[in-house]
Design a protein around this ligand. Structure first.
Ligand code: CP
Ligand code: NVA
Length: 308
């Protein structure tokens, strides 16, 4: 396929393309609720899913999405491939190029998805790297859009570790013109690299006090303090992040209709307490459901839009 499109970074999409993906996701959600599951967009296409880290939602939502779009998902657990015995990722990508028509990749270093994408002729989708998680954030903004039509009037506050989810939330906010606050300890704050990538840095405010932005927040978002790959620092992180826990005391001054969001998996009792994640403000299950509809929309978009 010449002129193929990849989704490695949320900045691979324009604002208009993100809204096009939302419209497609809305269509797929509506169709699925009516019982219309199968489309033929991926008919005859085998799509690999190369995962170097665990996954529940991303893996399953992509597998179901590919099947319901008429394609054939092939799960490739990295420990079972020859890359686990030293075959290079470049040689592996060249082999994938001979068999597959697409690849969904979850890995550690972001440069690995870029390397694969350069070597294959089919679309490559980032299913999470240490740096970015674009499919997650598309589903998250789609969820916010379902609740609040005008995203430009929304203020999102992210509390916790300035990790891959936070990085992508910031870059997507920059594209969509959404105001974003990040409350994090100085040791784990937003990197200069991310701020440099923003076109509208005035949209971002950073503070190390988790209370400061609560009363203006339409959305309060958190994620684990110990991302996949950070396990060696677990005890240190839990001690540092303790005051960033999203609990009912912290959110008591939030607008009554604020949305609580979490990409999941949640570590209940760490970054969030049961009384918040199980509250009427929580939309975490809607976020998780929307992963499926948005994965379909992403696949539909990538397989029907080629670069000139
Ligand atoms: N939110 C998310 O990516 O979940 P999984 O790790 O289960 O895929
Ligand atoms: N920040 C988390 C997200 C998991 C979906 C991680 O990278 O482990």
């Amino acid at each position: 396929m010449t002129g193929k499109r990849d989704l490695l970074d949320i900045r691979d999409l324009t604002k208009e393309e993100i809204y096009l993906i939302f419209e497609k996701a809305k269509y797929y959600k509506f169709q699925r609720k009516k019982g219309n599951l199968i489309s033929d967009i991926l008919k005859g296409k085998s799509i690999g899913l190369l995962f170097r880290k665990p996954s529940s939602r991303t893996r399953l939502s992509f597998e179901v999405a590919i099947i319901e779009l008429g394609g054939n998902p092939i799960f490739l657990e990295s420990g079972q491939l020859q890359i686990s015995r030293g075959e290079t990722i470049q040689d592996t990508a060249r082999v994938f190029n001979l068999y597959l028509k697409g690849l969904v990749v979850r890995t550690f270093e972001h440069s690995e998805v870029e390397t694969i994408a350069r070597l294959v002729e089919f679309p490559v989708i980032n299913a999470l790297t240490d740096f970015l998680h674009p499919c997650q954030i598309l589903a998250d903004f789609f969820t916010i859009w379902e609740h609040r039509k005008n995203l430009q009037q929304v203020i999102v506050t992210y509390i916790g570790d300035a990790n891959n989810v936070c990085n992508t939330l910031i870059l997507a906010s920059d594209i969509l013109g959404v105001r974003i606050n990040v409350c994090c300890p100085p040791e784990y704050s937003v990197s200069k690299e991310i701020i440099k990538k923003m076109k509208q840095p005035a949209l971002l405010k950073i503070n190390d006090d988790p209370k400061v932005f609560i009363s203006e927040s339409d959305v309060i978002y958190t994620d684990t303090w110990v991302s996949m790959g950070d396990e060696a620092e677990k005890d240190r992180r839990i001690a540092i992040f303790k005051k960033f826990q999203v609990n009912s005391e912290l959110v008591k001054n939030a607008p009554s209709n604020f949305l609580f969001m979490h990409c999941l998996p949640a570590h209940r009792g760490e970054e969030v307490t049961d009384d918040v994640i199980d509250s009427k403000n929580s939309v975490v299950w809607q976020q998780a459901e929307n992963r499926l509809h948005v994965q379909k929309a992403i696949l539909d978009f990538l397989y029907s839009n080629k670069k000139e």
